[in-house]
Design a protein around this ligand. Structure first.
Ligand code: NAD
Ligand SMILES: O=C(O)C(=O)C[C@@H](O)[C@H](O)[C@H](O)COP(=O)(O)O
Ligand code: ZN
Length: 367
């Protein structure tokens, strides 16, 4: 299956097919004019999936120069960005070459950002290997590292030239990472597709238990949804792409509090944040309380922990607000929130006083 991301000169296809990882040479050949590709990955993916990927490329006459990083969110930092960029330069990567990101969202975000600054911009290819990266981060061109001040604060919009998704690699993904990726899947239902949320309620258990059919369906639906949003609002200048931030303002604050460590995965923060966004919407009379309860019940049934205390956070609402003030949506001192009028009806609210949010969070962190 091919999903197009229609962005004019920056348009690209997302190829989705089981077995694609080992058979990528015909698609990557045109992006390797010198018969070589630089590839960035992490040590888990290098062990599990690089041999098959590199063997397929070698059979098609493409050699791989690999850069293998430590796994985990801490890799999305300045030091690793510098290390990767210097290594790509020492490999002689030219503007006409493409750099391959083989891995999860950490590898994709970091590699995409390195590609955006290398010789003022070279092409890159996303080969996502986590559910999260297959349904969300590999599509749309948001690239970034974390800064001391907060999540994804240094980065660029830089679209990949190609996205290659092999859903069969999800078979080796630990269930905690599968669940974290599922948060971004169910997000598409919550922001604009109540029918898909129903599908999620019916199929999440099978998906999380490793059902390849359910996983492939989730990847296809999610890629179509994300491609549509990105085509409508590539750089988040309107209110369309901002909806993909449902749960993220809260989630990123908890990730910052965790020091961008694997203590709280991105998707775990997003799940908590989405539950809070629905609770806040209900508390403000915007959304039926039953919808907020249904969202929370579904996320709990999936195994997400939705209480900051149970997640080990002893944090004040004021500290969370401090992190939230770094959100990139902040404009002239006002922080827009992605709230909902119901399941599948997210919207951008610009009139939520931060004092009200602090009072709401006071209750949340005390529970
Ligand atoms: N750019 C975007 O639009 C966007 C969207 C969502 C999330 N993100 C970012 O993505 C990051 C999270 O991505 P993630 O959840 O993929 O985390 P990740 O990249 O850290 O991968 C999670 C873990 O899975 C391992 N792994 C990867 N593929 C595997 C496989 N097939 N089998 C076994 N293990 C495998 C990795 O080594 C790692 O330990 C966060 O930094 C988040 O901010 C970006
Ligand atoms: O693609 C987008 O747009 C998203 O917001 C997707 C999010 O899932 C992702 O976590 C993104 O990196 C968050 O964006 P940010 O602008 O808040 O850093
Ligand atoms: Zn996200």
């Amino acid at each position: 299956m091919i999903v197009e991301v229609p962005l004019g000169k920056r348009a690209y296809p997302i190829h989705i097919a089981p077995g694609l990882l080992a058979n990528a040479a015909p698609l990557l050949g045109p992006l390797a004019p010198r018969g070589r590709l630089a590839l960035v990955t992490d040590s888990n993916v290098a062990r599990l999936h690089l041999p098959a990927f590199a063997a397929g490329l070698a059979a098609g006459g493409i050699a791989v120069d690999e850069i293998v990083l430590a796994p985990g969110e801490a890799t999305k930092d300045w030091a690793t960005l510098a290390q990767v960029t210097e290594r790509l330069l020492s490999l002689g990567v030219e503007r006409g070459d493409a750099v391959v990101a083989l891995g999860g969202g950490v590898i994709g975000d970091l590699t995409g950002f390195a590609a955006s600054i290398l010789r003022r911009g070279c092409r890159f290819v996303q080969v996502p290997t986590t559910l999260l990266a297959q349904v969300d981060s590999s599509v749309g061109g948001k690239t970034a590292i974390n800064a001391a001040a907060g999540k994804n604060l240094v980065g660029a919009f830089h679209q990949p030239a190609l996205v290659l998704i092999d859903p069969s690699v999800l078979a080796t993904l630990p269930v905690r990472d599968l669940r974290a990726g599922y948060a971004e899947v169910v997000k598409y239902g919550l922001i604009g597709d109540p029918g898909f949320f129903k599908w999620c309620e019916a199929n999440a258990a099978a998906l999380l238990a490793g059902d390849a059919g359910c996983q492939a369906e989730a990847v296809a639906v999610s890629c179509r949804a994300k491609a549509k949003v990105v085509a409508a609002d590539e750089r988040e200048t309107g209110d369309v792409r901002a909806l993909l931030n449902l749960g993220h303002t809260f989630g990123h604050a908890f990730e910052a509090e965790a020091g961008f460590s694997d203590r709280l995965l991105h998707g775990e923060g997003v799940a908590l944040g989405m539950a809070l966004a629905f609770d806040l919407s209900a508390a403000r009379g915007l959304c039926p309380a039953e919808d907020a309860a249904r969202v929370r019940a579904h996320l709990l049934a999936c195994g997400f922990v939705l209480s900051p205390k149970a997640l080990g956070f002893e944090v004040s609402a004021a500290t969370l607000l401090h992190h939230m003030r770094q959100d990139k949506k902040m404009k002239a001192g006002t922080l827009p929130f992605i709230l909902a009028r119901g399941i599948g009806q997210a919207f951008v609210a610009r009139d939520v006083p931060l004092g009200d949010v602090e009072a709401f969070l006071d209750g949340v962190v005390a529970e």
